[in-house]
Design a protein around this ligand. Sequence first.
Ligand code: GLN
Length: 533
Amino acid sequence: MSGVGKGVAASSIALILKARGFNVTALKIDPYINVDAGTMNPTEHGEVFVLNDGDETDQDMGNYERFLNINLTRVNYMTTGRVYQEVIRKERNLEYKGKNVEVVPDVPFEVIRRIEKAAQNANADVTVVEIGGTIGEYQNILFLEAARMMKVHHPDDVAFVMVSYLPMPSKIGEMKTKPTQSASRALNSVGVQADIIIARSEVSLDRKRKEKIALFCNIRPENVISAPDVYSIYDVPINFERDHLSDMLCKRLMLKPKNRRGNLMPWRNFTKKVKNGHGEVNIAIVGKYFDSGKFTFSDAYISVIHAIKFSAYKLGVKPRIHYLSAKDFETGKKKLEELDKYDGVLIPGGFGTTGVEGKIKVIEYIRKNKIPFLGICYGMQLAIIEYARNVARLALAHTTEVNPKTPFPVIYIMPEQEKILAGAENRYGGTMRLGAYKATLLKGSIAESAYKQSKISERHRHRYEVNPEYVEKLTSAGLVFSGISPNRKLMEIVELPRKKHPFFVATQFHPEFQARPLFPHPLFTAFIEASIN
Ligand code: GLN
């Protein structure tokens, strides 16, 4: 079922194999028609994770990158829409040479081609493929068919891992294996037999239940991995190794590990830091995808949350993250003074009108009251609007995204971007400024001292930009543009000088996508450090 932790299981498998000395890559299959995740509502689907090459993908891709510390590309992400789009393109191009193009086998063949391409591109010894959805539903059937075919073609090179859940009804107080048995049978009915079953549950699995699953699901008891709930998702790989999962997979795939004992040491050290922080740092995220300040769907900002945590762990403190709804500051349901409680405030990316004025009020308050601030994407655009209105005396300044008739369009669509939109067959699919772009940092700025270098590359996902016509005016009003694109046209980072504010930095890009457990993002670390101080 969804939410059971397939993504974390796949990432963890990839990590423990990497620790045995293999070159590992990972691939996500999402069984929906959407060509990518860019058009999906984050409250339903979670964050859109952007890759270096600009692909807008599922948040699981973020887990793969974070666990493996690698950069993935477009070929590592597949959806039903994407597969069909390619099959139809080839058909229109006569690439099937006049034969009938069939759902089976041509669609599974295209799936296999993509998996092999991802493996090839990464020069991978092992490719971990996560098939999204649930066993037994219609949506992923062609992907399971592709998996079955791969096994037929390469019997020794394919291993199947099924992630299942063992519910524990509170009245009964013991774990139930029946759903796992049914899932295994449903998997068998499409010609796939699991080699390993990861049994997710609230508590650890006992011998009796391992034996029961083994007997009814045609595997050995030692091939049932106990996967109880853990303190943090980063403990999962270590738990898997307790049950010798990497040994089992190596044996099954006939791979000779290059590291005999494995090399999970850096990871183990990181998980210790997760548990051992002294004191805490309280960070508020003021966003749009929260309901009335109650955290309802933090998945919409999952990479931001991880990025905050990695930096806090690095600095040896426990992160406490608070989710505030921007709207509550608009309606007066929440008072701005409540922000005094927090050590730092972060305003993440966003789209549209909802909560915009609330966020602007929050930015004004934290600017005046010298609360450390990190703004990301929309967070930067709104910081500029706030500064334009309240300091540069451009009343009613706005972004044309919200008010196309504003007298001072400090944020607008660049003419080049407008051209792309006008020519685009699909106005909204993949037409933003997406992926990695470079920026040059201003000497002596907060940004430069955080990064400790003057040239950076960061990932983007936006349509609107700082309007260059207002840069001079904003600069003379005291705002510092400390990161600029190499052609000097696009504003990438703004900040306030140290003597005016302890930490007021906002970026047009999304630094969170490059924050990694073992390599926290320097800008987040600088923000958390300022917040601690
Ligand atoms: N809505 C803004 C834009 O399109 C910001 C996007 C974002 O925050 N990711 O430019």
